[in-house]
Design a protein around this ligand. Sequence first.
Ligand SMILES: [Zn+2]
Length: 247
Amino acid sequence: MTTVRNYEGLAQRVEGLPPPASHQILGDVDGFPVYCVRVSTDASLPVVYVNGGTHGDEPAGVEAALVFLEAHSERWLDRVQFDVVPCLNPYGYVHNTRLNGQEMDINWAYKRNDVPEIQLIRDLVCDRKFMAIVDFHEDWESPGFYMYEQFRGLDPPGQIVVRRVSEVCPLNRNSQIEQEVAKNGVIYPNMESPKRRKGEGIPIGLFQEGYTDYLVTLETPSAKEMEVRVQAHITALETILDTHCRT
Ligand SMILES: [Zn+2]
């Protein structure tokens, strides 16, 4: 398969992050290291888990995770710590494919035991509880930004998030997105859909199994310029941190 992107560049950026960032390699998949970057000045603070690159043809999520680490994360370190996996699917990222090296959509394979990327996530989250999980994705068909929001026991900030994102990127304001009811670009997923009931999606599985009470999946419109999509992801994440992580 044709190589489209260079993983070396990503590796150099991750390994070049200065303290208080530190990286670990969760494992190797298809010869590529999967990185997790911890940014922390106080190990007792709650952790926000940011994930990018589950689908290899959604590069703005990877870029946003890297830019966030390079330039934006320090502002919140008196309140939270970050665990950032900038690129969960290096094979897909390098070859610009949605699927991993097994030709599997790892976002929908959470219940399987034979997917190495899923195993790395299971090991990362094991016995932990995250203040929030934010998953960066893109959508080729959407005219604008939208997000899935799942929460329990809290007032969800999604509507504030989309209002702020609308200042940097158009929203998908359709009343139905991906067969789900949406309001101003926020989808409150129907947990009764068969796939969800089974908890197959990675973020869904993490929510249903109690690893967090606040989970969002951000979707940027691939047809827009990279810069706009990266800015949309970062604005959304920063708004979540400003509102939800204000303790
Ligand atoms: Zn995706």
